[in-house]
Design a protein around this ligand. Structure first.
Ligand code: ADE
Ligand code: ZN
Ligand code: ZN
Length: 282
């Protein structure tokens, strides 16, 4: 009986659609931002979450309410055709009364809720924003085709950077979208904290990360920037759909860059909102 239940749970996790960067990805982005908050933004966060509460601790909350609040379902991604560079609101962010519109429209509303809202609405706005600025940097969260790769079965068969000398890599079935949400991150470090260290010593020291304006722009700019990487990571997938160490090596600079830049942009977004007084608070 126990085995039956376990196998049920297991097959659910294998067939269930991926929602977002996994918990690790969202915590990585949130922690990078937390370390770069202005005093005013840190005060705003403290006022909303409570003293000592981290952005990382609420970064996956949006995934936990997705079922009970179906109108938030589509807020996690934007469906831009893979071979098109520019976002089109009418094509890619259609209003749907049941499942919502898209991450770009959601972020515009949430910015306003965080700046001018009050009470629970304002707290939720912060938690959603921390999550969605992460999501809009996951390359497959900007891809329309095959539900952003959720409908592409893959096997993960890599040592990564965690399975060294004595360890034999295990084959794991997954889908292409989940590989990007979670599997590649998990193959790179043992914990999300270690991934943050990796980025602080790596991409966050790079010339690109220091470039003026790298942390600026609007959600449309971010989605289009993220989307540039989508055909590259999509087309470098091996023909047999077995994601191996070669694939990880090829895409790891992109994975690092997207997690790092998302953290910088989340910090600036919160710093800007906290400096921008609401003319007519609600
Ligand atoms: N469902 C449809 N498109 C999706 C995407 N790009 N990411 C996640 N879920 C999706
Ligand atoms: Zn998400
Ligand atoms: Zn996802």
């Amino acid at each position: 009986m126990k085995a039956l239940i376990l196998s049920g749970v297991f097959s659910l996790t294998l067939t269930g659609q991926a929602l977002a960067w996994g918990q690790e990805g969202h915590s990585i982005v949130a922690e990078i931002a937390q370390r770069r908050l202005s005093p005013a933004a840190a005060d705003l966060v403290k006022g909303l979450l409570g003293p000592g509460h981290s952005l990382a601790s609420v970064a996956s909350w949006a995934d936990t309410v997705r079922d009970e609040r179906p109108e938030t379902y589509n807020w996690h991604f934007v469906d831009i055709p893979i071979n098109v560079a520019k976002y089109s609101k009418d094509r890619d962010c259609k209003k749907n009364d049941q499942s919502g519109d898209c991450v770009i429209a959601a972020l515009a509303r949430l910015r306003d809720d965080l700046r001018c809202g009050s009470g629970e609405k304002k707290i939720e706005a912060l938690k959603f924003i921390v999550h969605f600025i992460g999501d809009v940097h996951q390359p497959l969260h900007t891809v329309d085709e095959l539900k952003g790769g959720n409908d592409i079965k893959v096997d993960i068969f890599m040592r990564g950077l965690t399975c060294t000398a004595k360890c034999e890599p295990k084959r794991k079935s997954s889908n292409f979208h989940t590989a990007w949400d979670s599997d590649l991150i998990q193959a790179t470090t043992w914990s999300w904290g270690a991934y943050v260290d990796r980025l602080e010593d790596g991409w966050l020291k790079s010339a690109e990360s220091k470039r003026a304006g790298i942390d600026g722009g609007t959600p449309v700019d971010w989605a289009e920037d993220t989307h540039k990487f989508a055909p590259i990571v999509w087309n470098s997938r091996p023909a047999d759909n077995v994601l191996d160490d070669r694939y990880l090596r090829d895409v790891l600079p992109t994975l690092d860059r997207q997690l790092g830049v998302a953290g910088l942009r989340l910090a600036k977004f919160l710093n800007d909102v906290s400096a921008d007084k609401c003319p007519t608070p609600r």
